[in-house]
Design a protein around this ligand. Sequence first.
Ligand SMILES: [Zn+2]
Length: 149
Amino acid sequence: MSANRYLSPEIKEQIRQKANYLCEYCHTSEKWQYVKFTIDHIIPLNQGGGNNRENLALACFHCNRKKSNKIAVIDSETNKEISLFNPRKDNWKEHFIWSKDKLYIIGLTPKGKATVNTLDFNRSRVINIRKADLEINRHPPPEDPIQQE
Ligand SMILES: [Zn+2]
């Protein structure tokens, strides 16, 4: 039996609003995109996740595709399993910070680092978009922490 992925437009809009229209992983703003972001099932339906709000997050196309059905990855240095960042349970600011030049997301914790790598937060194409957005004051999101030194 396949799980029902149907989400009502109302739920989707609630998730968007709650996320401040940012991808809840890489903090790209949906406002300037041509296509709407997707609603990510943090724990995939086929792994027991549900359609409840605690399992839903706004995700840009790239993060959604890179995350796919992963919820954890094996750390190449320690060989230990590390859970990926969960936007409903984890605080973005505890796990990530913008580089001093505001172009790169740096993982502050093992979970943050694993998520930066797995979801490819600093892919070259997005760096160019961040550069352009920075010049016109659209980037980074105003409440995000930025590395000071
Ligand atoms: Zn993203």
